[in-house]
Design a protein around this ligand. Sequence first.
Ligand code: GAR
Length: 203
Amino acid sequence: MNKARIAVLVSGGGTNLQALIDAEKAEKLVSGKVELVISNKADAFALERAKSAGIKTETVIKKQLGSTEAFEAKLMSLISENNIDVIVLAGFMSILSENFTKAYPKRIINVHPSLIPSFCGKGFYGLNVHKAALDYGVKVTGATVHFVNEITDGGEIIMQKAVSVRDNDTPETLQKRVMRLAEWKILPEAAEQVCARILKERG
Ligand code: GAR
């Protein structure tokens, strides 16, 4: 079967990448295939996960390239060389410029660990998001998968899932529960939805 070609951009542990790989194996992600994993950190464990699954990896370091323009140009050339249809940001801790996001309208998706529009935008990433939710005292949080545009965490929402906060939660326990109950479920589901749409448009 013809599949949309997915590139996953990562920076860290890669549990969301793993959720995509597992969803393919479980045939829940059938309209798309992860063909390429790009990390902006040389030591990201996500790279090991990709290698174990036999997926091609690339490492692109902004500092080595000297500028955002050169960094994004390298990302764009990898995306084009590998005929990528869909870009998934899965714990990718670098904000992409408008120049980049405009090149792939409705083709970039991101998973964010809160219910957008709460606890999102610049500075809200990883554990910070859960710390902010606990500091505020919300009783419900969750995760969001959305299209990426020029506004940080501001693109159209594709899917959300709520998760209850517990009285004794720490940022770490909350992060783990949001990942397990929300992120790892809705990211593969949203990827399937977007890939299926692309295949349909292609005809
Ligand atoms: C995930 O919780 C993801 O939602 C978050 O970073 C973590 C990465 O974990 N992303 C953001 O905060 C983006 N603003 P992972 O590397 O194990 O998938």
